[in-house]
Ligand binder design. Structure first.
Ligand code: SGN
Ligand code: CA
Length: 526
């Protein structure tokens, strides 16, 4: 029971007979256990690769269980499409400009700041974190944590423990993180208290190393290239300047595993360091699978479109194999909760730190405010008392999770939190409009993949983006007419008034969230 609830029960004593009857009823209600929160966040898992969102590619039966028994957010977005920043937004309920974790390469999270796990802990929750953290400083606000250093390793990974020790565990990371989470729920927490556990997977992050038991899956599948795979980026100079193209930038060895003694590549030694972690048996299974593919690949000497298609197919299959472990392990968590009668009072959330390109615009990676990477999957299995089921179409963002969890736990949401609680939507009390627009800001440039700095506003219908820093370029998309964002409408006369009102809205959001990097409306007036 949290402070708020015990306070409520205390204040009910000493009332009149009628009131105490009511008190009894409400006391009974209060006896209902507070909700637990199981928050599963993966890395780079995009909605295209979950069958509850998209049936074109792969089956994810366990993730689909969450959506089938709960809700699927159809318009879920991040505020800054990159791991560290996204995690900081999620845990603080604030945009990057407010939590000050702007990018992966220069920032260290100020761990003295307010986070939702700290507030839950104060209210009597047991809190835990396992897996990828990626915020550079050590976690605070958790009764238990065990994290991987930086990006973590898929095979025989190192973990940093709470005593600041580094230990190596044997096996495949997605399984190990799940073991650790279940072990904490079963053996390490105080079972008298409600809990919140964050299960943060490295999967499906680059370079998509699957578990050896899944290596042979999906090899019989081929997929059509997305329609805009050979995008010429006309009218979109920032999109043209990126370095995340499957054709140009995806490494034959590091990404696609075509390692041969006589071949070199930019990222060869990094790949060797990863597979160098495998034990004899793991490595033998790896080589048995890749050996014939490598031989065939170098023999075929593919070029041009044929090579592009081959790269795409291998990328898709490796990604899917990595998702398969993830889906199985989400199933293990759901089974654990079911077998221990915990589903009725536990909110289970599944999301990713951002979306990802599966060949759209010819890309892998994320970062851009374009749909595939600004979006992130969000599904929730709801406990008793939250009656909403099916799709929720309201535009939501990862800054909304913190206030949602706090409100669910009966903890007052601090006024400086910038996100909005999704609880009214989950209770079925509110219709599907939460806000009229979303704010986005990406900062990591110059850096890997060379996606230029940009901010923008997205409404149900339109998206306005301003790329800045070493470029000054605006883009406008009509998401209804052009959902794949191929036609930049900025500057067209017939869109002048739409552009004006989006600029006004963008400035309003920059002021509301206190972003010091703003555009100057006077300078930009045309
Ligand atoms: C690594 C990857 C990048 C990726 C970033 C950020 N390169 O640096 O491709 O964009 O992580 O990803 S790799 O050669 O190390 O694989 S994030 O999800 O952690 O933000
Ligand atoms: Ca990520």
């Amino acid at each position: 029971m949290n402070n708020l609830q015990s306070g409520l029960i205390l204040s009910l004593t000493g009332l009149t007979a009628v009131a105490s009857l009511a008190a009894c009823a409400s006391q009974k209600k209060e006896e209902k256990k507070p909700y637990n929160i199981v928050y599963i966040m993966t890395d780079d898992h995009t909605a295209q690769m979950m069958s509850c969102y998209d049936k074109r590619y792969m089956e994810t039966p366990n993730l689909d269980r969450i959506a089938d028994e709960g809700v699927r957010f159809t318009n879920s977005f991040v505020a800054n499409s990159l791991s560290g920043p996204s995690r900081a937004c999620m845990i603080t309920g604030k945009h990057s400009c407010a939590n000050k974790f702007y990018d992966n390469s220069t920032c260290v999270f100020d761990s003295s700041q307010q986070t939702f796990p700290k507030l839950l802990q104060k209210a009597g929750y047991q809190t835990a974190l396992v897996g990828k953290w990626h915020l550079e400083s050590l976690p605070t606000g958790f009764d238990y944590w065990e994290i991987v250093p930086g990006q973590g390793d898929y095979y025989n990974p190192d973990f940093i423990t709470q005593d600041n020790d580094t230990i190596r565990k044997h096996g495949y990371l997605t399984n190990i993180i799940t073991d650790d989470a279940i072990d904490w729920m079963e053996n390490k927490r105080d079972k008298e208290k409600p809990f919140c556990i964050l299960i943060h997977h490295k999967a499906i992050h680059r370079n998509w190393l699957s578990d050896t038991c899944n290596l042979r899956l999906y090899e019989d599948k081929t997929f059509p290239l997305p329609d805009n795979f050979f995008d010429d980026y006309e009218g979109r100079p920032a999109a043209a300047a990126q370095e995340m193209s499957i054709v140009k930038d995806m490494d034959m060895i590091y990404d696609l595993k075509m390692l041969r003694p006589d071949k070199d590549s930019r990222l060869r030694s990094l790949y060797e360091s990863y597979i160098g972690r495998m034990d004899k048996e793991q490595r033998a299974a790896w080589d048995r699978f890749y050996g014939p593919i490598i031989e065939e690949f170098y023999r075929s000497n593919m070029q041009g479109r044929e090579l592009a298609d081959w790269k795409f197919q291998r990328y898709m299959r490796d990604y899917m194999k990595t998702v398969k472990s993830l889906d199985d392990n989400v199933g293990r968590v759901l089974d654990y909760l079911r077998d221990n009668d915990m589903l009725d009072n536990t909110l289970v959330v599944y999301t990713s730190d951002q979306g990802f390109y599966m060949g759209e615009h010819g890309w892998f990676d994320k970062r851009f405010m374009y749909e595939e990477s600004m979006r992130t999957p969000l599904i929730m299995r709801l406990p008793e008392g939250l009656d909403r089921r099916g799709d929720i179409d309201a535009m939501v963002q990862n800054i909304d999770y913190a206030p949602t969890f706090l409100e669910l736990a009966g903890v007052e949401v601090p006024s400086d939190i910038q996100g909005l609680s999704l609880l009214p939507l989950l209770k079925g009390e509110q219709t599907d409009t939460l806000r009229k627009s979303l704010y986005y800001h990406f900062y990591e440039y110059p850096a890997e993949h060379m996606v230029k700095r940009h901010y923008g506003v997205r409404t149900d219908r339109y998206k306005l983006i301003h790329f800045y820093n070493d470029i000054d370029h605006w883009e406008l998309y009509d998401l209804q007419a052009d959902p794949t964002e191929m036609r930049n409408l900025y500057g067209l006369k017939e869109y002048a008034s739409v552009t004006d009102s989006l600029k006004t809205e963008l400035l309003r959001l920059q002021e509301q969230y206190g972003d010091p990097v703003r555009f100057s409306p006077d300078r930009d007036k045309e």
